[in-house]
Design a protein around this ligand. Structure first.
Ligand code: NI
Length: 172
């Protein structure tokens, strides 16, 4: 396993619509293992492949606490149903280091994906997992959590991140 560098805004790869994975190969399984290791190391609760400069439809998530750990590895995930009721949770992003904002999203969603064995799965997500899976699938479509907030707030967060990156020589 290996740690892979995580890119930050304004890296253009974060704005590209990622490509579907045609086949679940050993290479894809290894990549998902590396993504999980990278996510835990960061530490974060979710990571999408574009965040490590790989424009493919792959995400990993673990939204559980110490007692409730569950690692999900999803290939070509898609939201097939969204609740009408919405909820607000504070979100951050490993590609927007040090910044958070309240984001409103559907309170629960059904997600269809391919697992590491190549089988199709359905998962009903609620609470933090629902917010996380929507956030990660957004990444596959070139969308960031700051796109869901006011322009004023988005510009403020973007300015702060760019300033921090300048001060750390881009090694944020
Ligand atoms: Ni993110």
């Amino acid at each position: 396993m290996a740690l892979i560098p995580i890119v930050s805004i304004p890296d253009p790869v974060l704005r590209v619509v990622a490509t579907p994975v045609p086949e679940v190969s050993d290479g894809i399984r290894t990549l998902l293992d590396d993504m999980a290791e990278t996510m835990y190391d960061a530490p974060g609760i979710g990571l999408a492949a574009p965040q490590i400069s790989i424009s493919q439809r792959l995400i990993v998530m673990d939204c559980g606490g110490e007692e409730d750990r569950q690692l999900y590895k999803m290939i070509n995930p898609e939201i097939v149903d969204s609740a009408e009721d919405r909820t607000v949770l504070e979100e951050g992003c490993l590609s927007i280091p040090g910044q958070t904002a309240d984001v409103e999203r559907p309170a629960h969603v059904d997600v269809r994906y391919i697992d590491v064995d190549g089988n199709q799965q359905m998962l009903h997500c609620k609470g933090l997992l629902a917010a996380c899976v929507q956030h990660e699938i957004d990444h596959l479509n070139g969308v960031l959590f700051i796109d869901h907030i006011s322009r004023l707030k988005r510009d403020m967060i973007t300015r702060r991140v760019l300033k921090d990156l300048r001060q750390t020589g881009g090694k944020g």
